[in-house]
Ligand binder design. Structure first.
Ligand code: PHE
Length: 341
């Protein structure tokens, strides 16, 4: 008898779990638990069960009825709640917005790639830096007036006996001596691209901007190598027909020093509204000062070098012809601007 109860129960369970309509479940309930249901009527056969097994029989039967009852109700619930999924292939898809590399990052990648092709190693030196690397090692002792040109942020922490104060580096030239100390034995060919900070903020200046610093140190490096490298960069980055020009200038850490101009892309050097005299100013460069080589542990009698440091934002604007009314838009998360590129 016990087995019979179990097998009827299992039969009911199989039907319930296979049911896909609520009405089906109702029929199953009647078939098993209704007045004449298979489980209900089993009680009548209690007479056939030996006296001492009747309690056991009653409880097995009750358990079976409860199990079937609760399974029917939970199955009903889940049929009621199930949302019918269907797929309509004619509905237009949801197209996620795809972003792209930021203009400045793309420019940095391009600069690294152009210099990488002629063997310059991409470096990135500290943006929070010792005064020593940002100034002192660059032939600008403490209180030297040339420092005024770099409107520097100082970090309010105690000075270090050897390296001095901590600054937010106002130019990537801090990487020069750091690279010399890292490499020790020339040749050195690096391009340090990093953020710089200066106390200036208006439509054409931002307190944070980017520079890329080139440094080459080897035997017999002369201005010819500098000029050749600059022309290579100008032509690879701006276009085949561009030329560079060196104008005498002064930096404490280069001797001689130059300002570099590039021929205007619009008038090709003849002079137009964009450039006025045919040339656009790129940035500073020069032959590494012997004192800087010495600070980097390199013998200026054996080696010489050149360096240049230009603004990433500047070359980006010059390359793209982008004429933003306010430079700071480059750093804003304004999608109306960013999605145009
Ligand atoms: N560091 C200089 C600046 O910020 C640029 C420069 C770099 C000049 C290397 C000469 C050599 O203006």
């Amino acid at each position: 008898m016990q087995e019979e109860i179990i097998s009827i129960k299992n039969e009911a369970i199989a039907q319930i779990t296979a049911a896909s309509e609520i009405s089906e479940l109702e029929n199953i309930r009647i078939a098993y638990l209704g007045r004449n249901g298979k489980l209900t009527t089993l009680i009548k056969r209690i007479k056939e069960v030996p006296q001492n097994q009747r309690v056991q029989f009653g409880s097995t039967l009750n358990d079976a009825k409860k199990t079937v009852e609760s399974l029917i109700s939970s199955q009903k619930n889940s049929l009621q709640n199930s949302v019918r999924e269907w797929f309509d292939p004619t509905i237009p898809g949801i197209k996620p917005k795809i972003g792209h590399i930021h203009l400045i990052t793309a420019t940095i990648d391009k600069i690294s790639e152009v210099f990488g092709r002629i063997g310059f190693e991409r470096m990135r030196y500290p943006e929070v830096e010792w005064d020593f690397f940002a100034f002192e090692a660059l032939n600008m002792p403490v209180a030297h007036p040339a420092r005024d040109e770099w409107e520097t942020f100082f970090v309010d922490v105690p000075e270090n006996a050897k390296y001095g104060k901590i600054v937010l580096t106002p130019h990537t030239s801090n990487g020069q001596v750091r690279e010399m100390l890292r490499v020790k034995d020339p040749p050195i060919r690096m391009v340090n691209i990093a953020k710089c900070y200066r106390r200036q903020s208006d439509i054409s200046h931002s307190q944070m901007f980017h520079q890329f610093e080139g440094l080459v140190v080897d035997k017999n490096i002369s201005v010819v190598n500098l000029k050749g490298t600059l022309d290579y960069f100008a032509q690879s980055f701006f276009g085949k027909d561009r030329k560079t020009r060196l104008r005498p200038y002064h930096f404490q850490f280069t001797e001689p020093s130059f300002e570099i101009d590039i021929s205007c892309g619009v008038c090709k050097g003849k002079g137009c509204k964009v450039c006025k005299a045919g040339w656009l100013e790129l940035g500073g460069a020069g032959m590494v000062h012997p004192n800087v080589l010495k600070a980097g542990g390199i013998d200026p009698k054996k080696y010489s070098g050149f360096a240049f440091g230009w603004g990433v934002e500047r070359v980006l604007m010059m390359r793209s012809g982008l004429n933003v009314p306010d430079l700071r838009v480059l750093y804003s998360p304004d999608l109306r601007f960013l999605t145009q590129f």
